[in-house]
Structure formats: C-alpha cells, structure tokens
Design a protein around this ligand. Sequence first.
Ligand code: ATP
Length: 496
Amino acid sequence: MSAASMDVIVSLCKRRGFVFQSSEIYGGTGSCWDYGPLGVELRNNIKRIWWRDFVQQRDDMVGLDASILMHPTVWKASGHVDNFTDPMVDCRECKRRFRADQAGTMDWTHYCPATKGNKFTIKGGERCPHCGASRTLCPECGKGELTAPRQFNLMFKTFMGPVEEDAAVTYLRPETAQGIFVNFDNVLQATRRKLPFGIAQIGKAFRNEITPGNFIFRSREFEQMEIEYFVNPHDQLDGRPADEAWHDRWIAECQSWFTRYGLDPANLKLHEHLGDELAHYSKRTVDLLYRFPMGWNELMGIANRTDFDLKQHAKFSGKSLTYFDEERKEHLVPFVIEPSAGVDRALLAFLLDAYQEEEVRGEKRVVLRLHPELAPIKIAVLPLLKKRAEIVATGHDLRHRLARRWLTLYDDTAAIGRLYRRQDEVGTPYCVTVDVKTVGDPDKGEAGDGKVTIRERDTMQQIRVPMADLETVFGRLLDAGTSWSEVAAGYPRAEG
Ligand code: ATP
C-alpha cells in the first residue's frame, strides 16, 4: 500500500503547484479545484496517453469533442432529469446536508451521556465505546435530528439564451457519454465504420454532489475520459455473445492500462454491481476500485449499457439510430460497453501510488516514482556552480535544446543536493548537471570535456554523457522506453 496519507498529498500538491483550491483567496469553494503549473502537465499527460493508447493506436476507435451544453431533451431521454438523483438528508440543527447512504458510514460526533456529555469523534459505523450508542443524530454537529431522505437532482441547471424562463432551462452535462450517443449516426455516416467500433471523448462534467470531498476524489466540476464501444449483440466472440466478451476485454484493458503506468496491482480490485446496485439499463457493471487512503473506492466503471441509450434517443428525437448489418441484412440497435474514467481520480491515484519516503545517507528523501510518461517535468538542467558564467550559459543552452522535445526546466536557485531533492519530490525522472569539467577552467588552462552528468531519479545513479549524445540518450529513455540500466551500461558512472 502507498505510504501517502491524503494530508501529505494535499500538502505536496499545494506546496509544489499541482493542485490549488479554487478561489482560495475568497475562502475557497471546497468542491472545485484548480490545477497549477505541475498539475496541468500531469493532467495533460494522463489525457494524452489515454487518448493515444485507446484512440490513436487502435483501428476500432475514433474520437469526438461534443459541447457541454446540449438540447435539454437529451437529459429527459437519458433519464437524468427523472433519475439522476441522490437521496439526501438535512440536519435540522446545523442545516448541513448529507447523502443518506453516506451519513451512516461517516465518522460521527457524539456527546456521550455516560461520560457527563463529553464530546467524542467515533469511527463511521461503530458504536460509542462508553455508552454503546450508535449514531442517530447529525454526524457532523452531533446534536440535530436528520430529516427523512429526499431526492435531490445532481444536475446543474442553467438558462440558454437571454431570457431566464422555464423554456430556456438546460443543464451542464453530468457525463460526457450522452454527447457520444446523440452523435452516433453522424459518426457512423462520416466514418463508414463497421461494428464493433468505439467513440471516445475527454471532457468536463458537472455534478452538484451533496457531499463533495476527499480532495479531488469527488468534486462538482471534474473531467471524464469515456468510451462508448458499440457491439453487434447477435455476433459471437470467444464462444459468447459479443457484448459480454467485449465487456470482459475492456475490463482487462482498463486494469492493465492503470498498472502499465504505475499503479500497484495490489491497490486495484474489481467490484461487481449486484442486485439493487445494478442500474436498470445495465446488463452488467463492474467498477475498478483503488485503495485510496479513505478506503477502497471507485476509480472508474465499465458498464454494459445494452441498447438502452440509443433506443431512448431514437424514441425522443424520432430519428433512427440503427446500424445495418450487411451479412444478416438487418437493421439493429448496437449494444454498448462503456469504460468511464475520471481524470481527477486517476491523477489522485497516480500521485498516491507514486509517493514514497525513504532514507538516504541519514536524510529523508521524498520521491514521486511517477512513470516517465506521466512525470510533469521530464528533464531538469542544473548548474553545479552558479557563479561560473560558462556553466550557467551551457545550462540555459541545454534546456533550450532539450525543451524542443521534452518538458525541460532550468533551476539554479539552490545548492545541487537541494535541487535534486526538489526534482525527486515532483517526480522528474532525469537531471542533467553541468559542472566545471564540462566547460573547463581557462585560469588553470583546462579545456572542458563537453560531458554532463545524468542522474536517474529512482536509483540515483549517475552517468557521464557527451552533450552531443543527449537527444539520442533521452530519445531512448523517454520515447523508446529503453530501460535506464540498458542505457547507463553504455556510459561511465559518475561519482554520486
Ligand atoms: P460515485 O459512485 O463515486 O459517485 P459514479 O458511479 O456516479 O461515481 P460514474 O457516473 O460511473 O460515477 O462516472 C464515471 C467516473 O467519473 C467515475 O468512476 C469517476 O472516476 C468519475 N467521477 C464521477 N463523479 C465524480 C466526481 N464528483 N468527482 C470526480 N470524479 C468523478
């Protein structure tokens, strides 16, 4: 399990510029987050590799970027207007609002009668060890009664056009999926695809969550990476109906994607929706759970949504959303498998899993062992001596050269040991150090050797490499995926 607690990650994110609270100078919102200079890079890297792996490198996928505001009937047809609700309860005393299903699992405040009314915080679901009571009142203030559950729609309402009237009401999309369904026929006509094929989309979604929290895990504005994979339900694959076989394939694909980019398989598990938990339109839904610090929680979901969405949109729009099966000479409504992941939850899981504290020469070292493809900064160029003009100039020159291909940073604001630690803490896989030997010392009549030191983050090994080789070396390490040990074997070790 990751060593990181949520507090440690929240503090690292703020201190190093990954994530800030939205509108912080006004006291923050507590339910929306802003991504800082390193956060935006990490976020973009997650989205870029997801898009590359699931869209660009497959021949059965295409992309889409639908608008956030859609025709309001979309949300009638999809069922969101009537059913996208959570039962919520209110505290009659402090007026706080909770999801009915979460009030029972939260840590709760208790004024214990057996100890003269002393105040205790008791773990969610547990009884008071002194008086044996279980929670009945508000978990937060411990005083107020909770109202009976009421349904609360999670969609944000807004008005389209200049008049604020009922006819102009529309919604900020609570998921990106519906933008794909309403464009199914457009994409089919434009691309002449044969089943099975998928449409992917990455974009913002908005939910007026009753209890946002756990940092970026649950916010009111977040981003999704969704795929709708359309399958002919009459086809057979692996000796089973194609939709069932494709569902299993997508579950395996998603799981291996997260482990490929660094998540420890021991921190991932599948959760099968059973009984009441299974949505009425779903034939089967499986969540991929991650072991977050607050417990096992959903990282993403993979659902077999059958032909429900296309049929609903056909019914409400009056347009045919079918596919013509040339072989069987029949029109059919495809089934759809939906892998749906949150960018923010993925980012949180990658950070938690990568975070490590270790002891190096008697000192604590914090290192983010992020996969190089995810790392916000790929290379840091660091001068060993700031007062030597040639060292600084060479450092700037190298940064400029390397930045054409990889995000490269120049930093000379501290001593070298400190600079290394700073890069370790934000997951930079490689540091390049320019020193006196690189540029030489004219006072002593010494010519430079034109070589720099490359230090690798995880092993802290250092090698001496000619500057002319840097593009080739980093091309192998960062683009071709060649291992550090293989590349390092070709160069002499430098002193650590
Ligand atoms: P939960 O049960 O946690 O509310 P959900 O089952 O409603 O999630 P889906 O509708 O399946 O979530 O959305 C797909 C993915 O979108 C989720 O697995 C998650 O990664 C992300 N997601 C959903 N709601 C939020 C949110 N409020 N904040 C951040 N990410 C979210």
